[in-house]
Design a binder for this molecule. Sequence first.
Ligand SMILES: [Fe+2]
Length: 254
Amino acid sequence: MCVPAFPSFRYILAGGERGAVASGNLARIDGVVPGNCPGQSRKPTRRTPSQRATMPVWQLKVGAEENFVYILADGPSREAMVVDSGWETDPILSVIRREKLDLRFVVATHHHSDHTSTVSQLARTLGAKVVAFRNSPVKSDLPVSDGDELRLGDARAKVLHTPGHTQDSICIYDGQRLFTGDTLFIGNCGRTDLDDGSPRMMFRSLRSILKLPPETIIYPGHDYGDAPFRRLSDEARLNPTLSARSYAQFLRVP
Ligand SMILES: [Fe+2]
């Protein structure tokens, strides 16, 4: 099977270069499916489960805290989810209406207000369900646990419980991409010194992320790094919180 290579990802910005997403600008990233790999036949073939997991993704940067909002959609059914709706709904609604998406879920990766202030409003507006971890203070329609799956048409995305930044932190994994909220950023991890954070839990969660396939693409909850997303194998090498081999070493990372 042809594994999608990072440089093959199509990354289109409205008014900006890659890595220079200005507030309110939109990035769409299409994963490459095997039929698009160089030298492979383009004739339609029966879709495997991993191919079905490939979903168009829009990355939207909003607000003064450089939050990333994500919209994932299943191409055939147009069913979609938003991961962390951030501060404003207008840019999200604009994409959903333009692309004729059917919003099913609004996921809160954790309870901090820069990620959740509009989740209920957005879900109410479009008849979607708010999704949050079962112990989260976020008022959810669909409390989830580690390993639960969210379905969009034939595609599925898995909930991974990754406490550390907060007790209710989750990541969303669609089989090729990991949406990490404030658990993992490009070049660092989320803070563990706020309210219910825990450095020991964060270290454990980061070790669990490292067990995912190395070609997994990391999509963080903030634009704090030198790139808007990165392949896990590269991040594991470049990010000191991931490359720390022991908890003691992890605690020494600035
Ligand atoms: Fe946070």
